[in-house]
Design a protein around this ligand. Structure first.
Ligand code: HEM
Length: 527
């Protein structure tokens, strides 16, 4: 039980060897912190013995108190509360509430169905997943994103914890044999057979609330796209080798397609796999490979046949195979995700490690693109949403020219434009995800490829726009790593990691129109 102090008692502790401060009704003895306070010693002494809540809030994120401040907390202002008898009184019901709201209610900081709008897509099982993943992210991820980014890696325990919480399995497509391949239950206690595309959307969306592409790419980036070819096209033997270990967080897999000579032009890839009878001899380089720094398995696109898209195959390469080397790349963002430059030098890959059929790899790459791009949309749009949340919250506390930022029409105009883009993108995303739950999978590549490509470009441009506008609202704080502008500064650096990989905006926009025109022609459009 905490100790209680009166305001008068705190007011007696105002000198360098005995300095107390009140923040949000907590009493902090900061004597031992004076020399280390990043904002300086004098400012604490100037406010010693007083309630400095307002000033504290204007200079810090709330997390500073829970993370760093906790060690200086010595008690609370007030008196111990008397035990209250339980009553049968009915709680006040807010007349504005129409359903079951969830989250902190900052406008537009969550999708509208969280703020209790009616939606045809979600039921109680989705609410259970939402709650479970949010609790996990708030406790296990959110407080540590900055330090993991600076350290350029995620702790191994995070993969294990995320696996146990069902988050790893909740971010990939359906596996053929969940009984043996999925080691833990799904989030929110939902049965595997009932876990649908909207549960998956929620898992990734909630995960992205951490506002770190380093964390999302680091935790599930390589897994989500690297395991796709394995679960959909590989032999049972390869699936047994890879899937369970990756879903238990013990091992990592990545997808290696892009090369130093080209990214979006997949058909031009050059890494060579020479048929040597009982094995392939692989030589080549891969670049910008998410999770490549620490991956145990690599789903690698190689050239086994003629030039162009007809001569590409997929091989499962293991790090333990001699000739595999990876090094960390220095990118502008997503630091903790282990982006790698990989060299394969005379790597002998047994024929049993061919994923699917030889020379059919291009088709597998194409099929992998739709879920990958939907994943990019989910992350980018949640990041854009975080920019709205941060900007609204900051705008309500920061004052300039005698009034709060939010009271300046120019700031509200910025927010309005951010909001309309994010909400439009989210509605399109949900409509597309719904199609994936209804449409014959063979039709999806043709009918959904174009709209998903356009939606990816829509999401990354929305993200870029919102990161820019939030950075303007935060001013210098978003130009400095850490502190109050931490999330916005980091996200601003990470925009390109969504606008380029998985199909650059330029390719997405062009593909979206080309494919829609073809579909229109097949459907008899008179153009
Ligand atoms: C338990 C009490 C406190 C703790 C643990 C604490 C911690 C910190 C930390 C970690 C920073 C670095 C920036 C960040 O990470 O947010 C910082 C900066 C700062 N703090 Fe505190 N602080 C405390 C109390 C206060 C109080 C009471 C004031 C003012 C009355 C204050 C004024 C400042 C200022 C002016 C900065 C620099 C902000 C900037 O760089 O823009 N701090 N503090």
């Amino acid at each position: 039980m905490s100790k209680f102090f009166s305001v008068e008692e705190v007011a007696k502790h105002t000198v360098a060897d005995d300095c107390w401060i009140i923040i949000h009704d907590g009493v902090y003895d900061v004597t031992g912190f004076l020399a280390d306070h990043p904002g300086g010693k004098k400012i604490l002494l100037k406010n010693a013995g007083t309630d400095a809540t307002k000033k504290f809030d204007s200079f810090h994120n709330a997390s500073v108190l829970t993370k760093l401040g906790a060690q200086y907390l010595i008690g609370k202002i007030g008196e111990p509360e008397a035990e209250t008898a339980e009553t049968d009184e009915v709680e006040d019901v807010n007349p504005l509430v129409v359903g079951k709201p969830f989250g902190d209610m900052v406008p537009y900081s969550d999708p509208m169905w969280y703020q209790d709008w009616y939606s045809p897509y979600y039921n109680d099982s989705h609410r259970a997943v939402r709650k479970a993943v949010r609790a996990f992210v708030d406790k296990e991820i959110m407080p540590f994103c900055h330090e993991w980014d600076e350290a350029k890696q995620l702790p191994r325990e995070l993969y294990i914890k995320a696996a146990k919480a069902g988050i790893l399995a909740g971010c990939i497509g359906e596996v053929s044999d969940p009984e043996t391949m999925v080691p833990y239950g799904m989030p929110g206690g939902v049965a595997y057979k009932d876990f649908d595309a909207f549960h998956r959307l929620i898992v990734l969306d909630e995960l992205s609330r951490c506002a770190s592409g380093g964390v999302t790419w680091g935790l599930i980036g390589g897994l989500g796209i690297g395991i796709g070819p394995v679960i959909h096209f590989a032999s049972k033997q390869l699936q047994d080798l890879v899937v369970r270990d990756c879903l238990s967080g013990e091992k990592n897999i990545c997808l290696a397609i892009t090369e130093p000579s080209g990214g979006s032009d997949v058909a031009g890839l050059q890494t060579e796999a020479k048929d040597m009878g009982d094995h392939f001899l692989v030589n080549g380089e891969k670049k910008w490979i998410t999770n490549g720094v620490f991956a145990d398995f690599f789903s690698v696109a190689v050239r086994t046949g003629k030039p162009g898209f007809g001569g590409i195959s997929f091989l499962l390469i293991e790090r333990s195979m001699p000739g595999v080397t990876t090094r960390q790349m220095n990118c502008s963002g997503v630091w903790s995700s282990g982006t790698a430059y990989i060299t394969f030098e005379d790597v002998k890959v047994p024929k049993s490690h061919v994923i699917g059929k030889v020379d059919k790899g291009f088709k597998y790459i194409m099929q992998n693109f739709n879920p990958e791009r939907i994943g990019c949309v989910i992350q980018a749009n949640r990041f854009a949403r975080v920019c709205i949340e941060e900007a609204i919250t900051y705008g309500n506390k920061r004052e300039t020219f005698g009034k709060k930022l939010i009271d300046h029409p120019v700031i509200r105009n910025k927010l309005a434009n951010m909001i309309r883009k994010v909400e439009a993108t989210h509605a399109w995303l949900e409509a597309l995800v719904y199609q994936t739950t209804q449409m014959n999978p063979d039709l999806q590549a043709v009918r959904l490829g174009g709209p998903i490509a356009l939606c990816k470009a829509q999401a990354s441009r929305t993200f870029e726009y919102c990161a820019r506008e939030a950075a303007q609202i935060f001013g210098g704080l978003a130009y400095t790593r850490g502190g109050q502008g931490e999330k916005v500064e980091r996200l601003y650096r990470e925009v390109r990691a969504y606008a380029i990989p998985g199909g650059s905006e330029e390719i997405m926009l062009d593909l979206g129109v080309r494919q829609s025109i073809k579909v229109g022609q097949f459907m008899g459009a008179k153009m």
